[in-house]
Design a protein around this ligand. Structure first.
Ligand SMILES: Cc1cc2nc3c(=O)[nH]c(=O)nc-3n(C[C@H](O)[C@H](O)[C@H](O)COP(=O)(O)O)c2cc1C
Length: 231
């Protein structure tokens, strides 16, 4: 009689079969020479961003934003990048949302970009500043009617009673966005994350990944220290 251990293993679940069939970086990987990296991380970020777009990376302007709640518990979600300039990484959201309230109480945050088409990851840590009503209005002014309608709908992160409530509020917001393209969404806020640490990760087929970290003491310090990290 076959023992229990001789019994054939049950077939993997569709989830495990799918999970275990996957690999990362089935592409020819770009080289990254950290020794020739620019002095400013923002310059390198913009170079890498253009490269990711040219390599066909889908939605490279989406990123994960991590914040902490008042009990110190991390929270993270995907946002769109609105700009990256000498001040920092720009995004927008509702100041009344969970992330908006978390940032108001504690402005420390982190961003992560992952661009599998080029086996690259960029991590940014720093302090988030709200840019004020004029910049927040300007942020929406250059975006689509749908973005304005979504911002006017408001109540982000509040508990929703029913899909019908959302449909009604959204329809009213779309109507208003069409009639008043300059309508102000009071809680819509432009933010900038002013970096103190930025890490560039280039994946390598032999697992000798290149990690280059830029760091400075505070967002006001001008000089960046550059250092390699063990992968
Ligand atoms: C691709 C993508 C882009 C998003 N972009 C934004 C954005 O720019 N601003 C925003 O407030 N929410 C955006 N969201 C929704 C957020 O992920 C999140 O659900 C929402 O902001 C509420 O987060 P919170 O409850 O942590 O505040 C985006 C979601 C996805 C999937």
């Amino acid at each position: 009689m076959p023992s229990e251990t001789d019994a054939p293993a049950p077939p993997p679940s569709p989830f495990h079969a799918a999970l275990h069939s996957l690999r990362v970086w089935d592409v020819s990987l770009p080289r990254f020479d950290a020794a020739t990296a620019p002095a400013e991380p923002g310059v390198l970020f913009r170079e890498w961003f253009v490269h990711a777009v040219q390599a066909g990376q889908v939605e490279p302007h989406t990123m994960s934003l991590a914040t902490v709640d008042p009990r110190g518990r991390p929270d993270a979600r995907i946002l769109m990048l609105h700009d990256a300039d000498s001040r920092g990484w720009h995004f927008a959201s509702h100041s009344s949302s969970a992330k908006g309230r978390q940032l108001a109480a504690r402005p420390d945050a982190a961003l992560v970009f992952y661009w599998p088409a080029v086996a690259r990851q960029v991590r940014v840590r720093g302090r988030v500043a709200a840019l004020g009503p004029e910049a927040s209005r300007a942020d929406l002014a250059v975006r689509s009617r749908g973005a304005l309608a979504a911002a006017l709908t408001g109540l982000q992160s509040e508990v929703l009673g029913s899909a019908g409530e959302l449909a009604a509020a959204s329809a009213a917001a779309w109507e208003r966005a069409a009639a008043e393209p300059d309508a102000v969404a009071p809680t819509w806020t432009a933010y900038v994350l002013e970096p103190v640490e930025v890490e560039f990760f280039q994946g390598d087929a032999a697992r000798r990944h290149v990690r280059l970290r830029y760091r400075r003491d505070s967002p006001d310090a001008t000089a960046w220290t550059r250092e390699l990290l063990w992968p």
